[in-house]
Design a protein around this ligand. Structure first.
Ligand code: FAD
Length: 387
């Protein structure tokens, strides 16, 4: 029973990428410990037995990237479908095409504006506030898109996401609110987009399949830390504040409650994601997973569909930390944690939780590939200090 060459804490895309590179490229033995009962982190999914539909257990995960290296790397483990993500939003009994585009503007104002006419209209409506004078999120949004579109498509949704009136939110939360003066309603602008043909879990599992990699699920690092700390190099992808026992206070997170339901209808909403913009509707979005994989239609149980409603709120102790919150207080704490992390011997901090930074999957993978090249390879191959 040999000690591993590297311990990876957390089996999300960051940890798996590190482990895979160490095992396949440097022939090193890697132990991954994961406190959940399954590997894969937040991208994990399961096929629902009743409906045959792949359900993303921690919210919909859409893969997209413009990074050539990442695209080449991920294609080693899975093929991708040609799924293109599109989002719709309900408001006062109508359904609009998002992101804000010419279809939405024309439908909302009941007009058939040309791109130039729509641009002029939004500029005129946005002149109510100057962006640089905005003292809160509401004024900032109005300065970018004008009051009517703000009130319909930003106000209610944002209030639910943050459990706060946008008047009480910092203008820094939004930098821009892109409006497209075309009918293009593709959600992502990236060069590559698609969903893993056999599902996320098959992809994530293949990354860990190397004989040099051992995964232990259901093990919390903090229960076994003394076995490894200071003895084996560690890549830690859990929450950075938790590692240091909240010495600088707790970083705050937003979380999402996902309430799922199997409905006895073939098709509930005709698409994967519909936002709920009305403030009186308590959830923020409805997800219908079968629409992410129309190519699997013949494998689904007829007459049934799997729907999830998302409710956004602040994370409390014990909740899943999902989205970092960009406030002065959190930024200040994070700087202190970064100093502690830098000083921690033989431990590298990475990933979404370890850096307190929202990372899309492709960003988590890119960041892990660069940690491997810039820190781990020099350490393991050339004997450079690990830091
Ligand atoms: P994670 O996937 O969170 O993995 C970290 C792992 O570490 C977890 O499994 C956790 O259980 C484990 N861990 C933590 N502490 C310990 C401990 N003490 N001991 C053992 N294990 C521990 N990205 C996209 O590209 N497209 C999307 O559409 C998208 N949607 C998302 C929706 C939501 C709700 C969330 C939260 C994220 C979404 N992402 C999306 C981001 C994607 O999930 C991240 O890129 C990915 O999770 C980052 O991987 P990671 O390895 O850093 O973190």
């Amino acid at each position: 029973d040999h000690a591993p060459d590297l311990l990876v804490v957390g089996s999300g895309f960051f940890g798996l990428t590190i482990a895979e590179r160490m095992a396949a490229e440097l022939d090193k033995k890697v132990l991954i410990i994961e406190r959940r009962p399954h590997l894969g982190g937040n991208a994990y999914s399961e096929f629902d037995a009743e409906t045959g539909i792949e359900v993303h257990k921690y919210g919909t995960h859409l893969f997209h990237t413009s990074n050539e290296k990442v695209w080449e790397y991920v294609n080693r483990f899975t093929d991708f479908t040609n799924y293109q993500h599109r989002v719709f939003g309900k408001y006062q009994g109508q359904v609009y095409s998002l992101p804000m585009n010419l279809a939405l503007i024309n439908q909302f104002f009941g007009k058939s504006h040309t791109p130039d006419e729509a641009r002029a209209l939004i500029a005129q409506l946005a002149s109510e506030f100057k962006t640089e004078d905005a003292t809160n999120l509401e004024e900032k949004a109005i300065s970018l898109i004008g009051r009517p579109l703000y009130e319909a498509f930003i106000k209610g949704y944002t209030a639910k996401q943050w459990e706060k009136d946008p008047k009480d939110l910092s203008p820094d939360i939004i930098t821009r609110l892109p409006v497209r003066y075309t009918f293009d309603n593709r959600y992502f602008n990236d060069k590559y987009e698609g969903l893993p043909v056999d599902g996320y879990t098959a992809w994530l599992t293949r990354m860990a399949e190397h004989p040099n990699i051992e995964v232990r699920v259901g093990v919390d690092f903090f229960d076994v830390a003394e076995e490894f700390k200071g003895k084996v190099p560690i890549v830690y992808t859990g929450p950075v504040d938790e590692y240091f026992e909240y010495a600088e206070g707790r970083l705050s997170w937003r979380t999402v409650d996902l309430k799922s339901e199997v409905l006895d209808v073939e098709d509930y909403q005709g698409t994967g994601v519909v936002n709920a913009n009305d403030p009186e509707v308590p959830f923020t979005r409805e997800l219908e997973f079968k629409h992410l994989h129309p190519e699997r239609a013949d494998r689904y149980t007829p007459g049934k569909t799997f729907v999830v409603r998302e409710y956004s709120r602040f994370a409390e102790e014990g909740d899943e930390p999902y989205y970092p919150i960009n406030t002065a207080d959190n930024r200040e704490k994070l700087l202190k944690y970064r100093d502690l992390a830098k000083a921690e011997p033989m431990v590298l901090f990475g990933g979404r939780l370890g850096t307190y930074k929202y990372l899309d999957m492709h960003m988590a993978i890119a960041s892990a590939l660069s940690m491997f090249e810039n820190k781990l390879r020099p350490h393991f191959v050339d004997g450079a200090e690990l830091k």
